[in-house]
Design a protein. Structure first.
Length: 555
């Protein structure tokens, strides 16, 4: 593409003494491999007929790109269509993607579960999306730092500790009776118990408010000895062990660092207090950021009781991440209900440090909805747990695709692809049977497509040959393969994995048509076509890897 863009730009400069940005698109195959409307752009500047300009550019481009282009034609009012030679088209299959990245170092913050709670579907969704974005950025040349930020202090912890104490008192030794495999569920049940009491019992609510203050004291005073503190620290460790085990089980890249909220309080509070009177204002004993001048709303950063809010902790984690990792871009993924909230945090950050604020990008993920489409809340325990989703899909794979050699791996592919094929930001209607289908736009379908192509290669010795000329059906497949680099580059620049999903599905369909219409084994062009099959499996496997999906040799 760069060769063609540079050549057409040079022709425009030579013929009309005008510097113009040439944009190439991919038209339907019948029109060529690339197209540009540069003549229409020039006609406005030069006051000339765009068709005449296009004809002149086409003639000169043919002369200057002999051996690169097979034909340059003009269509309609002045669209220039360019067809490459087969040799040049083949050279564009699976080029180097390691230089496509925009940023050298990227800090990715995602997943962000709270200690003392189980991971739910939203965490599963966000973890999968964040993992894929990280893989894409690394493949395109960026160094990626993966950060995880979650609450280990706050009212949700107080509710959980209240529920625990209701069950075992403040005797930490009784935690030994909780089986290791059941710890997440046990802690979650304690939270549900506390959350319910908080809503229904004023005395319990007051007790939890007191416990909340005690929890901050555990950190401020480095208290590991008092009875409740011992329960707190042990159950917090249980949560972190559970997180790591879960991430390993869904085969995502490990996080470089987990930031508990407790470690962000001090730096966040220091920033707010240092700039109270300038960036922040005192209001009724609290410290707030007034966002109205920026079209936002006022938010509290320090409460009237002197406690930090989530806003202050977010400033604290940005401070900590910036110290730990030198980055050009920071991407944070949260639920879409945090959109307005993060605007205020970034507005405050911009007032504190405009250069650092300019490096921030916030993406929101939508909600995964099942069956009735109702969003579930974790407040009273009716949450859709991540482990339940995985178990249900795995069971469905066993029922729908009993021949699958690895039900769990297939289930992970089904879930990951179902999440990733949608543009980040919108809600997802998750249909379990559709997600495991071997016939539709699904992860298992693409896994099967890879396994099927590998089985073709297994039928004969594949001695890769150098291709220079292509038959029509072969050319259609190669033309599609050459889109891979463009798609990966776009996914990296927009931080959107769904572009790769769409391409891989289209590629698999293109290959199916090729295989149906072009005999491979036993054909006089067997060696050439096996080479094409190998190219296809290579790109399909690479693309699946960027999505975090396993590419099996057989299903």
């Amino acid at each position: 593409m760069k060769v063609i863009i540079d050549a057409v730009s040079a022709v425009c400069k030579e013929l009309y003494d005008v510097q113009v940005d040439v944009v190439l698109t991919r038209p339907d195959e019948q029109f060529g491999d690339y197209a540009t409307n540069v003549a229409l752009q020039l006609s406005k500047q030069l006051g000339k007929n765009p068709r005449e300009i296009a004809e002149a550019i086409a003639v000169k481009t043919r002369e200057n790109l002999g051996g690169v282009v097979a034909n340059v034609t003009v269509a309609g009012p002045g669209f220039i269509n360019i067809t490459l030679t087969d040799k040049i088209l083949l050279s564009g299959v699976r080029g180097d993607i390691s230089q496509l990245g925009t940023y050298k170092k990227v800090l990715l913050e995602y997943s962000c579960p709270n200690a003392f709670k189980e991971l739910h579907t939203g965490h599963l969704y966000q973890t999968i999306v964040g993992d894929s974005i990280g893989r894409i950025l690394e493949a395109t040349g960026s160094t990626v730092f993966r950060a995880n930020f979650g609450g280990d202090v706050g009212l949700h912890v107080a509710k959980c500790l209240y529920g625990i104490v209701r069950q075992i008192g403040e005797d930490v030794s009784r935690l030994a009776n909780v089986p290791e495999s059941g710890r997440p569920e046990w802690v979650s049940a304690a939270y549900v118990l506390g959350a319910k009491a908080y809503e229904e019992d004023e005395t319990a609510k007051a007790k939890m408010t007191e416990i909340n203050s005690q929890i901050y004291g555990f950190h401020a005073n480095n208290d590991h000895e008092s009875a409740l503190a011992q329960i707190y620290w042990q159950c917090r460790d249980w949560s972190y062990d559970y997180f790591k085990t879960f991430y390993d089980s869904i085969k995502v890249e490990a996080f470089d660092k987990y930031y508990p909220e407790s470690t962000t309080i001090e730096p966040g509070m220091e920033l707010v207090k240092q700039h109270t009177g300038s960036v922040f204002k005192e209001s009724d004993g609290a410290v707030v950021y007034e966002g109205e001048d920026a079209g936002l709303h006022t938010r509290v950063f320090i409460t009237s009781k002197g406690l930090p809010t989530y806003e202050t902790k977010d400033l604290g984690v940005i401070n900590n991440e910036t110290k730990d990792f030198s980055y050009d871009k920071r991407i944070i993924i949260t639920g879409n209900d945090q959109s307005e909230y993060m605007k205020v945090v970034f507005a405050a950050l911009n007032a504190l440090n405009p250069d650092l604020a300019a490096k921030q990008t916030h993406f929101t993920n939508g909600t995964v909805r099942f069956g009735s489409g109702q969003k579930m809340s974790s407040r009273l325990g009716n949450v859709t747990r991540a482990v339940d989703v995985i178990q249900t899909v795995t069971e469905t794979v066993a029922t729908e695709n009993p021949a699958s050699s690895d039900h769990y791996s297939t289930a992970l592919a089904a879930i990951k692809y179902s999440f990733l094929k949608h543009r980040l930001g919108g809600d997802i209607a998750f249909d379990i049977k559709e997600s495991v289908s071997l016939e539709g736009n699904s992860g298992p379908y693409l896994q099967y497509a890879h396994a099927r192509a590998r089985s073709i290669l297994a039928k004969a010795d594949v001695s890769t040959v150098e291709l220079s000329e292509l038959e029509p059906g072969e050319r259609t497949l190669v033309r599609k393969l050459t889109e891979y680099n463009d798609v990966v580059g776009r996914a990296a620049s927009e931080f959107m994995p769904h572009h790769i999903c769409s391409f891989l599905y289209e590629l698999a369909q293109t290959f199916n048509r090729f295989y149906e219409q072009n005999r491979v084994i036993g054909d006089p062009r067997q060696a050439e076509r096996l080479t094409l099959v190998a190219m296809y499996t290579d790109i399909l496997k690479n693309g699946l890897g960027l999505l975090g999906l396993h590419a099996p040799e057989h299903m």
